[in-house]
Each structure stands twice: as C-alpha cells, then as structure tokens.
Design a protein around this ligand. Structure first.
Ligand code: ADP
Ligand code: MG
Length: 216
C-alpha cells in the first residue's frame, strides 16, 4: 500500500500530530542547544508548536495555502529566538506560491514547498550550507524530494527524512558560522546543530503520520 496524496483535513491532522511530537521532543532539543548554544531551542519549539496545535485544532481551513501560512505566522509570533523567525519563514515561504485551488498535498506540492521554504530561509537568515544551521538538513531534503518527485508521497517521505538525518550527522563536523553558536567557534565541533535536528524531526513525524495511515 502507498499514499500519493493527502487532503486538506488530513494535512491539518498531520501537522497536529507533528506539533504534539515536537512538544514531546522538548528535552532532546534543549540538550542539543545546551551543547552549542543557550539551551532554549527545546522551549522555543515546544512553545511554538503548542500554539500551532491550538490554532490548527480550533480552526477549519479552506485551503492548504491558508493552513501552511497559518503555521508559519504562528511560529513567527509565538517563538522567541532565531528559530521563530527561521522556522516561521520556512512555512510562510513554503506557502507563498501555492494556489488557492490546490487542494491535494502530493509530491509535486511537497517538493515545491521545500524549495520555496528553503529559499525564503536562506534569504532571511543568510546562512549558507556548511554554516551549521537547519539549512544543512533542509537543503539535502529539498534536493532529494526533487530527485524522487515521481515516487508516492509515503515512500518519498522515508527517503527525504533519511537525507535530513544524514544532514544532521554532517553538522557534527561543522564549525558554527551564524547564530548564537557562532561565538563558541571550534567548540561546536562534535555536536549536531539543534535547528537541523528539529528539521529532521518535523520530516520524521510527517513520515510517521503517513506511514500509520497505511493499513498492514
Ligand atoms: P537562538 O539561536 O536565538 O537561541 P534557537 O536556539 O531556538 O534560537 O534556535 C537555534 C537554531 O536556529 C540553530 O540551531 C540554527 O539551526 C537555527 N538558526 C539560527 N540562525 C539561523 C540562520 N541565520 N539561518 C538559518 N538557521 C538559523
Ligand atoms: Mg538557542
């Protein structure tokens, strides 16, 4: 069995699931940010996704564009720190080119969203690949999605998530060049970037949600 697309309601449920799992990941993200930053990434993401969860549960959306845009603006206003702006920008960037009449989330849409979200993050944060940020997980994921755009969504998400995970691994060998971690310089070597971990987790929880929908 495979799933090639999700309807608006299912996509909303997917992001409610992702939000709950990101809240559960708070201490893991806190630990990661304690090693290379100020330790607030877990609290920031948990606060942001708790607000997203509430917004999504209490609202019925008319378009995917509206749903994705709401996630972005909610993260922007509810999260302090760089990650509010960065992850918020990812989602508003991902929503930007979506058409009102696009009602199915499929690989074409997912690939387009990853690319436009990545572009917006790079414009806003000015981080390049190799600077030890979430870009180092997001860019390989976006490239993979484009490469396997003909795959069913459920299968592609497995490979895209794996690519992001490999990106997180690679950040361990990088020296932070932007953000709070920058001041620690070489001392960040050996530790993964917290925002890259969050990026991988968001994709992983999307994959989990869709895999669970497939009957055995
Ligand atoms: P803060 O850095 O303000 O304490 P967080 O700890 O919540 O905020 O988030 C840190 C994460 O944000 C980093 O691990 C990194 O992945 C991401 N980040 C920070 N600055 C940038 C940037 N300019 N571009 C892309 N990602 C960034
Ligand atoms: Mg921090």
């Amino acid at each position: 069995m495979k799933i090639s697309q999700l309807k608006l309601e299912e996509l909303r449920d997917m992001f409610i699931y992702v939000s709950k799992k990101m809240i559960e990941s708070k201490s893991l993200l806190t630990q990661a940010d304690k090693a290379v930053g100020d330790g607030d990434h877990g609290v920031n993401m948990a606060r942001g996704f708790e607000t997203v969860r509430q917004k999504l549960e209490g609202h019925s959306f008319t378009t995917i564009k509206e749903l994705v845009n709401t996630i972005g603006t909610t993260l922007m206003v509810s999260v302090g720190g760089a990650s509010g702006a960065i992850f918020g920008t990812f989602f508003t960037g991902a929503a930007k080119d979506l058409k009102e009449e696009q009602h199915n989330f499929n690989m074409n849409m997912f690939s387009q969203m990853l690319f436009n979200g990545l572009k917006a993050v790079k414009q806003r944060g000015k981080a390049n690949p190799g600077d030890k940020t979430m870009v180092d997980a997001l860019e390989p994921a976006a490239l993979k999605a484009k490469e396997i755009i003909s795959f069913p969504l459920s299968k592609a998400l497995i490979d895209v998530t794996e690519e992001a995970r490999k990106g997180v691994e690679k950040t361990k060998n990088m020296i932070a060049k932007v953000g709070k971690a920058k001041s620690l310089g070489k001392r960040t070597i050996g530790y993964p970037d917290p925002g890259a971990i969050s990026t991988h987790l968001i994709l992983k929880y999307m994959m989990e949600f869709i895999t669970r929908k497939i009957p055995n």
